[in-house]
Ligand binder design. Structure first.
Ligand code: MN3
Length: 255
């Protein structure tokens, strides 16, 4: 039999931990509700799901940038950065949280069909959030160049030179049909770097297995204000604001 007192105590604990800023019992509560959902009265299941969603510590938030909106000019204008970050990225965050709430409810109700139907929204909005978090960190007003470390060695081994890598990644990224992303990734199977593209907001690792090191957003919202329809000019210019230190750190973490 389902122990309603246990559920209630978990919810009370959840509220108190949220209020104290420490969400440590969320996963236990989530597991308890999901495991017991088949035995829960539907109204209890629904209200539990709503509580889980509203109190969950898994709410995603728009990250702050480590530089000002105008810091990447003239490569990317302040107008583009503000729209891209505060409007476009923020919309992915809002819709990701809404999707997770719906998935919580569907799973708690034991509705497999409804859960599956939400996977497209999860991929699009979750991918959009992941991709843009990576993208902002890719960029820097103080682009440093390669440091002579493992990244430079890996680029030279795979492509011959940094210039050759840039040329290949630019061409591949410019050629994306419609909206998507060009990526430099680490292939765990070969231990080498690869260039890849993803359509829409499909996240690199979840869809290809490559670990993302450097991404270029070629949705028109990323460049239309500054470059109109001339995508190649945007892609060629973005190399001037790449934060190679971050790419180096991601390679080290990926290995
Ligand atoms: Mn974008």
């Amino acid at each position: 039999m389902f122990d309603i007192a246990l559920l209630y105590s978990l919810i009370v604990s959840e509220i108190s931990t949220v209020m104290s800023g420490k969400v440590i019992i969320d996963s236990a509560l989530r597991a308890a509700v999901h495991l017991r959902s088949s035995k829960l009265p539907s109204e209890v299941a629904k209200s539990s799901a709503a509580l889980l969603s509203s109190l969950s510590g898994s709410k995603h938030t728009l990250p702050d940038l480590s530089y000002d909106y105008n810091a990447l000019e003239p490569v990317i204008s302040a107008e583009t950065m503000e729209l891209h970050h505060s409007k476009h990225h923020n919309t992915y965050v809002t819709n990701l949280n809404a999707t997770i709430e719906k998935i919580d409810s569907a799973m708690t109700a034991g509705d497999v069909s409804a859960t599956i139907a939400l996977q497209g929204a999860l991929k699009f909005n979750g991918g959009g959030h992941l991709n843009h978090c990576l993208f902002w960190e890719n960029l820097s007003p103080n682009s440093s160049g390669l440091s002579g470390g493992a990244l430079e060695t890996a680029i030279n081994e795979r492509f011959g030179s940094l210039e050759a890598m840039k040329t290949e990644m630019s061409a591949t990224t410019v050629a994306i049909q419609g909206s998507g992303w060009g990526w430099l990734g680490y292939n765990p199977k070969t231990g080498k770097l690869d260039i890849a593209t993803c359509p829409n907001q499909d996240p690199l690792e979840a869809t290809t297995g490559l670990k993302p090191l450097l991404g270029i957003d070629v949705w028109e919202h990323a460049y239309y204000v500054d470059y109109r329809n001339v995508r190649p000019n945007y892609v060629n210019a973005i190399w001037d604001i790449v934060n190679w230190d971050v790419v180096e750190e991601r390679l080290a973490a990926a290995k």
